[in-house]
Write a protein that binds this ligand. Structure first.
Ligand code: DGL
Length: 260
């Protein structure tokens, strides 16, 4: 049985995955790394995203992780194989493949909107995997690069967030899409604004919740003490402030320098 999960993202976004996991598995012990030194991943080259992800995966394994969760779409898109290679026998979960499986198992869906970082959208991973798993689904994809930095820095500026979300959503054909994938783990922080902007007829998908639900349905079980170890690669006030808000509790943050 797995108890210790190693989870990572570039910053606070992965905490939406962490929250979904904690809700589904309150006893899981989670070691979270936010790579604030390199945030945002969304504008980095595939090689850089692979290098950072490999480094974090090795570190999490060296610290006793029994399962790695890539809580970042950009890293899931570009570095899934690299993380699997670095983790060796330790299983790896990501946030792209469960969403693809969820969509493929939703027979009513034919038109899906997808927003994410430039790295995720340019990887073409969702349309590629969906073409094989559910060829009936057409994906309308849009890079929304300003959103993750805004979430990281200023979730409290709701009007600004709403304006930016509306600006991006109006570029999608909302008349025809039936579901909107928030393909960046930072975005579900603003899920209520997305729901309000797209209206009641479009299902808004949070990848962390989709992943946690898939784990639950697969009978996964975590029997730890529900502990959280939270580390970042460079101290930023923004991370501390936003993380405490998202977790709803004060956190003990440690800054770590990852071995190359
Ligand atoms: N939260 C991340 C993602 O899911 C990365 C955002 C970023 O660092 O650009 O893609």
């Amino acid at each position: 049985m797995v108890t210790r999960i190693g989870m990572f993202d570039s910053g606070v976004g992965g905490l939406t995955v962490l929250n979904a996991f904690r809700k589904a598995f309150p006893k899981a012990d989670i070691h979270y790394v936010g790579d604030t030194l390199h945030m945002p991943y969304g504008d980095k080259s595939p090689e850089k995203i692979q290098e950072f992800s490999r480094q974090i995966a090795r570190y999490l394994c060296s610290q006793g992780a029994e399962l790695i969760v890539i809580a970042c779409n950009s890293a899931s898109s570009w570095a899934y194989q690299e993380v699997c290679d670095a983790a060796g026998p330790i299983p790896v979960l990501d946030v792209v493949r469960p969403v693809v499986r969820f969509l493929a198992n939703s027979p009513q869906l034919t038109q899906v909107g997808l927003i994410g970082t430039r790295a995720t959208i340019q990887s073409g991973i969702y349309p590629t995997l969906l073409k094989a798993a559910a060829p009936q689904i057409h994906v309308e994809a849009l890079p929304t690069p300003l959103l993750a930095p805004l979430v990281e820095e200023a979730i409290e500026l709701r009007e600004l967030n709403r304006l930016l979300i509306a600006h991006y959503i109006h570029q999608l054909n909302t008349e025809s899409i039936q579901a909107l994938v928030l393909a960046c783990t930072h975005y579900p922080v603003l899920q209520d604004i997305f729901v309000e902007v797209v209206g009641p007829n479009i299902q808004v998908l949070n990848p962390g919740e989709v992943l946690a639900e898939e784990c639950r349905l697969n009978g996964m079980n975590f029997e730890g003490t529900g502990s959280l170890r939270c580390e970042i690669t460079e101290y930023t006030q923004a991370f501390e402030k936003t993380a405490e808000r998202l977790l709803g509790q004060p956190i003990q943050l440690k800054t770590v320098q990852l071995p190359a």
